[in-house]
Design a protein. Structure first.
Lengths: 421, 251
């Protein structure tokens, strides 16, 4: 009897302590979500019909692009027919064609699907290319894309991460991307911060993601190029490399993207060693581009997170960012939106680096911690979103836009005086 | 209720657990035989320490299972890697209930699981561990270690950890397990468990102290086994004048 009373006392003490913790916890933020009831037709995955297309940019998007797609059955031949004029899919009229660089069955037991990747090289900068994907006798509709500009150009791009797990919000965000892309032809590409799917080894999830990605194509057939980074949910997934054609090298996935002569984007991989070869690559890249006006980095796990603990970027990359005066680091993973104050040496400093992002391309949003010191003078919140980055000669503007189109935050930077010799 | 609320609630409950384990019944039990402890604690009406230890173990096991669920890199290793933590708490509960043999088995299982899982992670070249080696070499020794060298060292560490886990498991099943070899093995595991826990501070400074503290069990569990086995070995070598009074004791 006494023993039972003791247990009861213990359980009551524990329950009381837990209740105190729960009741004194932070309150949640609202998750605004607006449904868009307008579904777009998606390509049916059957036979050798090219479906789930993607256009990937890596190091030199002014001159190169990779077109990838999926087929239900293996095709004997896969190729892209392309031209600088629209040809409405008449294959004999296209002036160029390029056979597949890589084909194969995706590395998954099921479903049994096949990929094809075609590298287009020696393209002209700032030029519209019209193209169709051809697998055996099956020809896709005609699409087009615009290569990145050359020289001291002004342009825009979209940034976002974390499009995993929840399909309808992801589709809603893809419709938002399409709306922005349609309204503003200056937008060149989508820089993705990783976490496309819940489990990067499950092809069925990639199938859904790729199908939803079709929603980003405009009604006129302009395809939104993607600059991919690997997230922790892709971990060491081989399918990531099959979908995006080994960006930055198979399993490595770090590379520098040059947009015009005055914008550098360093894409990093937080799923492999940050302090080894990758840190050396970052140092060398920034060192070799000290005179480039704008410098950004894109990677998944944040150095200055809104929700979780800092990733290895804080220790190994942030000192390099600060040494070379990076303008903005684009981070994902937290499922919030955020903008830190400018940071240098672990404290606020107007000359420091600003960290923006945290991921909201259709993932359930978390409750951020607005009390963290680096949000003093910054902004943090909980809403699916995308960042629109405007690159001008005299400023870099980052707008955070919610899935309903509402502007959540803006931030502007001026060119650093240290950039020019 | 959000995950943050749940975590905060559990944090408060765990603090309460720590206090209850330190209460006279729990603390006092450490200095007396199990039977005496049970008797004294029950007499005082304070025998709540084992409930607290059981709750702490259950929570730590739950977080380990959650890690298995959410971990994206080698998720199967996440739950066993936490083994020393939850097994230590469960072992404490078992010991406070007078189940010394079960407690000992739980400690061995926890140490084996943690060392084997960490060893396999090292053999798979977990990026975080590669960076620990690179960072520690730079911070402590001022050496710039290449990624290739760090990966080579990590493979060696992986072999060592898996071997330690296998040896401990083999020794536990061996009749003469309390010999000098077992003591040496547990001594090494104690050192390595504490050393790798402290590496979190070396890696990211004192701000990472909670990360190191939660891994204290990685060294504390083999240390407890070492002290226990050594104590038994010493008492066995002494002449016995009195019969054992507790049949559940592991001696």
């Amino acid at each position: 009897m006494k023993r039972h009373a003791n247990i009861l006392v213990a359980v009551l003490v524990l329950a009381g302590a837990a209740a105190v913790g729960v009741l004194t916890g932070p309150t949640g933020l609202s998750d605004e979500r607006q449904a868009n009831p307008d579904p777009l037709p998606e390509t049916v995955l059957e036979g050798t019909t090219p479906a789930q297309w993607r256009l990937v940019w890596t190091t030199d998007p002014a001159h190169e692009a990779t077109v990838g797609w999926t087929t239900a059955e293996a095709a004997k031949t896969n190729a892209v027919f392309f031209d600088t004029e629209p040809r409405q899919g008449a294959l004999d009229k296209y002036r160029h064609q390029q056979a597949a660089t890589a084909t194969g069955r995706y590395s998954a037991r099921k479903p049994a699907l096949h990929y094809a990747s075609v590298e287009l090289k020696k393209l002209r900068p700032g030029t519209t290319y019209w193209f169709v994907m051809v697998s055996d006798e099956s020809v896709s509709r005609e699409f087009h894309f615009i290569t990145a500009p050359e020289g001291d150009a002004e342009f825009k791009f979209l940034y976002g991460g974390d499009s995993r797990s929840y399909r309808e919000p992801r589709r809603e965000m893809n419709r938002r991307l399409r709306a922005l892309f349609t309204q503003d032809p200056e937008i060149l590409a989508l820089v993705h911060g990783g976490d496309y799917v819940e489990d990067g080894d499950k092809l069925e999830q990639w199938v859904e993601w790729l199908t939803d990605h079709e929603l980003t194509v405009t009604a006129q057939g302009r395809m939104l190029p993607i600059v991919p980074a690997r997230g922790n949910h892709e971990a060491d997934s081989v399918i990531f490399d099959e979908v995006f054609h080994n960006p930055g090298g198979k399993g490595l996935n770090y590379y520098a993207t040059r947009l015009g002569s005055e914008f550098l984007l360093v894409n990093l991989n937080t799923e492999i060693s940050a302090g080894g070869d990758q840190a050396a690559f970052l140092e060398t890249t920034l060192k070799n581009h000290t005179t480039v006006r704008w410098q950004c980095a894109n990677y998944h796990r944040p150095a200055y997170p809104a929700v979780k603990k800092p990733g290895s970027a804080l220790k190994y990359w942030v000192p390099v960012f600060e040494r070379y005066d990076l303008d903005v680091a684009l981070e994902s993973d937290g499922h919030t939106y955020k903008r830190t104050c400018a940071i240098r040496g672990g404290k606020p400093d107007a000359t420091g680096v600003t960290y923006i992002g945290e991921g909201g391309l259709g993932v359930r949003q978390r409750t951020p911690d607005p009390e963290r010191w680096y949000f003093e003078g910054g902004k943090v919140g909980s809403s699916n979103h995308v960042q629109k980055v405007t690159v001008r000669k005299d400023k870099l503007l980052v707008e955070t836009i919610a899935e309903n189109g509402k502007q959540l935050d803006t931030w502007e930077a001026k060119p650093r005086p240290t950039r020019r010799d | 209720m959000s995950a943050a609320h749940l975590e905060r609630g559990a944090a408060f409950a765990l603090f309460a657990c720590a206090l209850m384990v330190l209460m006279p019944a729990g603390l006092g039990a450490a200095n007396m035989s199990t039977a005496q402890a049970n008797h004294t604690a029950a007499a005082r009406g304070f025998n709540v320490a084992w409930v607290a230890a059981l709750f702490a173990g259950a929570w730590l096991l739950l977080t380990a299972l959650a890690a298995w669920r959410v971990e994206t890199w080698a998720p199967a290793l996440a739950a066993p890697a936490h083994g020393a933590r939850y097994c230590a708490a469960f072992a404490l509960a078992a010991w406070l209930l007078g189940r010394a043999r079960i407690a000992q088995g739980l400690l061995v299982a926890g140490a084996v699981a943690t060392f084997a899982a960490h060893g396999l992670e090292a053999l798979l070249l977990r990026a975080e561990f590669v960076d620990y080696l690179i960072g520690a070499a730079w911070r402590v020794l001022g050496w710039r270690v290449s990624q290739g060298l760090a990966e080579g060292a990590l493979l060696a560490i992986g072999v060592m950890d898996v071997a330690a886990a296998a040896l401990l498991l083999a020794l536990f099943g061996w009749r003469k397990r309390r010999g000098p070899a077992a003591i040496a093995l547990l001594g090494w595991m104690t050192f390595w468990g504490f050393f790798t826990a402290a590496a979190r501070i070396v890696d990211m400074g004192w701000g990472n102290l909670p990360e190191a503290m939660i891994r204290v069990a990685n060294g504390a569990v083999p240390l407890t086994l070492l002290l226990h086995w050594r104590g038994i070995r010493q008492s066995e070598s002494e002449p016995r004048n009195e019969p054992r009074n507790d049949p559940r004791n592991d001696r």
